[in-house]
Design a protein around this ligand. Structure first.
Ligand code: PSU
Ligand code: MN
Length: 327
């Protein structure tokens, strides 16, 4: 139970023994976020789904590490009681990177977003992470300035994130441009099209395609060897037979955005509001798609972690990257 690290920053981390052992042995581990459990999926299904996500990672031969703040400790790997707190307690805040310190200092509970989960995963030494869809630039961002901290964080955290693209409620074109600016690596998994979360294809193409977990592991090893500190996204599309009907999707989005304006929803509440709108207004279709997305991504992330753990880096790693003169 005792954390294997003793630096002050890490004393707020509680590593689950199974996760700590796997990391110490160089065995494959996959980080999982918790906001999708607390704020992205309806109760009571969310607790059942949270367990299924962990099972999907195990099914691929890796150890799941769901990340959340419980009683002021940043837990890396949750036991079933902790998972139940995240899924059912009303005292669980949606925690992005900027909220982490406050929730920890107050001894509270928090469910970590993609941004916060990535930060903690990297701190714990976990290199592969699975989620559903990333946050990004919201439609109307030119006026609202609403851009998820997922993007800026992934620009500086060296983690490989398996996702079904970005949430389809976003301005996908603007989000792709921001990813390029932020040096976020982007690979299509068995596709040349950027996935659209609930939809198989967002309507945008991709520059780089990979077809196996080994190929992803090779890119990861090369990035590490080159001292790159930004995230690598592996965009894994939902098979078209699991995708939401495009017309139903567009109808739910149009009505949901109007309802969010009507209700005065802003800031961090926008994404949970829209996801909930979809779940309540598509007769379960968006929920089924969301579950398929996260389970697919968890199992692919497990396979990538397995490939990364057994791959001997083919590129010799440099001990440190020389800094640019004058900085
Ligand atoms: N993907 C899902 N469901 C979710 C989310 C992602 O399938 O609930 C969450 C993630 O935690 C992501 C967050 O980081 O939504 C983005 O919120 P915002 O747009 O407020 O940054
Ligand atoms: Mn936002």
């Amino acid at each position: 139970m005792a954390p294997s690290h003793h630096s002050p920053a890490r004393s707020r981390l509680r590593m689950h023994p199974e996760v700590a052992e796997a990391l110490a042995a160089g065995a494959p581990v996959v980080a999982l976020e918790s906001t999708i459990i607390s704020h992205g999926l309806p109760r009571p299904d969310n607790l059942v789904i949270a367990r299924q996500i962990e099972q999907a990672v195990r099914g691929s031969g890796a150890v799941p590490a769901t990340i959340a703040v419980v009683d002021g400790f940043v837990c890396v790997g949750l036991d079933d009681d902790q998972l139940a707190v995240v899924a059912t307690s009303d005292a669980v805040a949606k925690v992005s990177v900027r909220d982490l310190g406050t929730v920890v200092a107050r001894g509270g509970h928090g469910a970590t977003t993609v941004a916060a989960t990535s930060h903690v995963a990297a701190l714990a030494g976990i290199t592969v992470f699975a989620t559903g869809g990333l946050g990004g630039v919201h439609r109307g961002a030119r006026d609202s300035w609403d851009e998820s901290a997922d993007l800026t964080t992934l620009g500086t955290v060296p983690v490989t994130v398996v996702c079904a693209g970005v949430k389809s409620i976003l301005d996908v074109a603007a989000t792709l441009e921001r990813m390029e600016t932020l040096n976020i690596g982007l690979l299509g998994y068995r596709t040349d099209r950027f996935p659209g979360f609930y939809l198989t294809d967002s309507g945008f193409g991709l520059e780089w395609r990979v077809d196996s977990p080994d190929e992803v592991a090779a890119v990861m090893a090369a990035r590490t060897a080159l001292g790159l500190r930004s995230a690598l996204l592996v965009a894994n599309p939902l098979p078209s037979h699991d995708a939401l009907d495009a017309e139903l999707h567009d109808w739910a989005l149009t009505t949901g955005m109007a309802a969010s304006v009507e209700a005065g929803i802003t800031g961090k509440d926008v994404t949970p509001f829209l996801l909930d709108w979809f779940h309540r207004n598509t007769r379960g279709a968006s929920l089924a798609a969301n579950i398929a997305i996260i389970l697919n991504n968890a199992s692919l992330a497990g396979a990538i972690a397995v490939a990364a753990a057994r791959s001997v880096p083919s590129v010799p790693s440099v001990p440190s990257v020389p800094s640019v003169p004058g900085t």
